[in-house]
Design a binder for this molecule. Structure first.
Ligand code: NAD
Ligand code: DAU
Length: 351
């Protein structure tokens, strides 16, 4: 079959990537979606069971840190566009070992840019780089991150993402590569690896394990439903201006402790437990090193220029998310056996 576009989605087996792949495979049957993923601990083909036999979908196992792997997938599939999500994504892991973050997030991104630049000599193309609001640093009590906010990354993870953003801009300015960028706030939803706050708390509540809240639980995050992020990527990829970046967020700020209490209440009801039972599991633990206080995103540019808005409230999204975890115990079981146990002990045992 002759496809209109052949879109390389890197990191398509991860949390956000799998939602992006699913949306594109279903919505654009005339485009081939090539999911290129190394399948690290965070990548899981089970996330894509429902589209794995689609005619316009193909999975290729590969590493963006290998320029040979990257060039080979570009050549084999005549890649016309890229949506780049592959990354090491967990801040706590970056504090323990920054080098994997430099390799995948910086070197891997430059390999993709280099391959795209070499392959795209004519015709219309888009290289969409998916990034994070953490590149802007940490806010005080007031204000929101704008696209014009100066970069001020403070963790090894955000420093690696900021560096990758700068390389993307540099390839646009220096070589004219047709890039678009998006910087999004914290996502939540189905298929989220239980090292991150929301799925970890859901998993521990189910299992009546301690709920480790860092510091005093006063840090603030701005939460967005992952399917709304996938829709934003679709919108920016198709309608965004080349060379521009767009902030994506839900104007939905919660302190960590408020959020964990809200989850406890919701899950006590769903699990038929007595009121307040899960809250007793809350345990304050040693704070994350260099813990950013507050993130909050202004997505006015995306909303007014391209017409995107979040589709559901946090309460609705969290309700759907908790139901997904309760109904997908096999998935949870698979991803929390093996190396997850070692990770958990290393991070939380003596904290
Ligand atoms: P994730 O950790 O769930 O998934 C990352 C995926 O990338 C996995 O499938 C993994 O196997 C793959 N991968 C890792 N290293 C690779 C390599 N060297 N080569 C090929 N594939 C590799 O991450 P996520 O939370 O889905 O985040 C996806 C992207 O979105 C990242 O770039 C992240 O920085 C960005 N982002 C995430 C959030 C969030 O809240 N999760 C918010 C804003 C931006
Ligand atoms: O803002 C976007 C970013 O959001 C993404 O770029 C990152 O990839 C993603 O991991 C996320 O980073 P955070 O560090 O904000 O997410 P995390 O879920 O790790 O933590 C959310 C908050 O909860 C943070 O303030 C730390 C706190 N926390 C986290 C864990 C795992 C706890 O209190 N206890 C925990 O056990």
């Amino acid at each position: 079959m002759e496809f209109k576009k052949r879109i390389l989605v890197t990191g398509g087996a991860g949390f956000i990537g799998s939602h992006v792949v699913r949306l594109f495979v279903n919505k654009y049957p005339d485009c081939q979606i090539v999911n290129f993923d190394k399948l690290t601990y965070a990548g899981n083909l089970e996330n894509l069971k429902d589209v794995e036999h689609a005619e316009n979908y193909v999975f290729v196992k590969g590493d963006i840190v290998s320029l040979d792997d990257v060039r080979s997938v570009f050549e084999k599939f005549h890649i016309s566009d890229v949506i780049h999500l592959a990354a090491e994504s967990h801040v706590d892991r970056s504090i323990e070992g920054p080098m994997d973050f430099v390799m995948t997030n910086v070197v891997g991104t430059v390999n993709l840019l280099q391959a795209a630049k070499d392959a795209w000599k004519e015709g219309e193309h888009v290289f969409h780089h998916v990034s994070t609001d953490e590149v802007y640093g940490s806010l005080g009590e007031e204000g929101l991150f704008m696209e014009t906010t100066p970069y001020d990354p403070r963790s090894p993870y955000s420093a690696s993402k900021a560096s990758s953003d700068h390389f993307v801009s540099a390839f646009h300015h220096t070589y004219g590569l047709p890039v678009k960028m998006s910087n999004c706030s914290n996502n939540y939803g189905s298929h989220h690896f239980p090292e991150k706050l929301i799925p970890l708390m859901i998993h521990n509540i189910v299992n009546k394990k301690p709920l480790p809240v860092y510091g005093k639980g006063e840090n603030i995050r701005d939460w967005l439903w992952v399917e709304d992020h996938a829709r934003a990527i679709d919108t920016i990829f198709h309608k965004g201006r080349v060379g521009e970046s767009y902030n994506v967020g839900g104007l939905n700020e919660w302190t960590n402790i408020e959020l964990v209490r809200f989850l406890c209440k919701m899950m006590d009801q769903k699990l038929g437990r007595s009121e307040g039972e899960s809250e007793e599991l809350i345990t304050y633990v040693t704070d994350r090193k260099g813990h950013d206080l507050r993130y909050a995103i202004d997505s006015t540019k995306l909303e007014t220029e391209l017409g995107w808005t979040p589709s559901i409230t946090f309460e609705e999204g969290l309700d759907k998310t908790v139901d997904w975890y309760l109904n997908n115990e096999d998935w949870v079981q698979k991803v929390t056996s093996g190396s997850y146990q070692d990770y958990y002990l290393q991070m939380y045992q003596d904290r």
